[in-house]
Design a protein around this ligand. Structure first.
Ligand code: ZN
Length: 139
């Protein structure tokens, strides 16, 4: 019985592709449907996309646009857009917060100004009451 994909070793010693022969032995880790394109990497696939692409350009003379590279490029662009949107949302939130603070400060100042006015009116009333001699009766 053949091994299942999970039973296969990650490395197959002595089973890597060799240049100069016309034979290539590969062991599939999963079922391959007829017509599926089989590919090998010329560079370490653990490297970041730009490093892989540069190595391929330098070593093999082409700029890789394989499915993985293009998928990673789209993901990076999507992440960059999401980050930009987040930064913009943060900025809008900070502006809204600043506007709210400014409104609070304005309300407080208005309240204080009204308070001053009320205090002055109260003082004027008290003065008038004193003048009329009714303050002592109330206190
Ligand atoms: Zn690629």
């Amino acid at each position: 019985m053949p091994p299942t994909p999970n039973q296969l070793p990650t490395e197959l010693p002595g089973r890597s592709p060799v240049r100069g022969t016309h034979k290539l032995t590969m062991l599939a880790r999963e079922t391959i449907q007829p017509g599926t394109e089989l590919t090998i990497s010329y560079v370490n696939t653990a490297l970041p996309r730009n490093v892989r692409r540069q190595a391929l350009r330098d070593g093999y003379g082409f700029w890789c646009e394989c499915v993985r590279c293009e998928r990673e490029r789209r993901e990076e662009e999507k992440a960059a857009k999401a980050e930009a949107a987040k930064l913009e949302a943060d900025k809008v939130a900070r502006v809204a917060e600043a506007a709210k603070e400014a409104e609070k400060t304005k309300e407080k100042e208005t309240k204080e100004a009204k308070g001053d006015k009320s205090e002055k009116q109260a003082d004027a009333i008290t003065a008038k009451m004193e003048e009329l001699g009714v303050v002592d009766d109330m206190l």
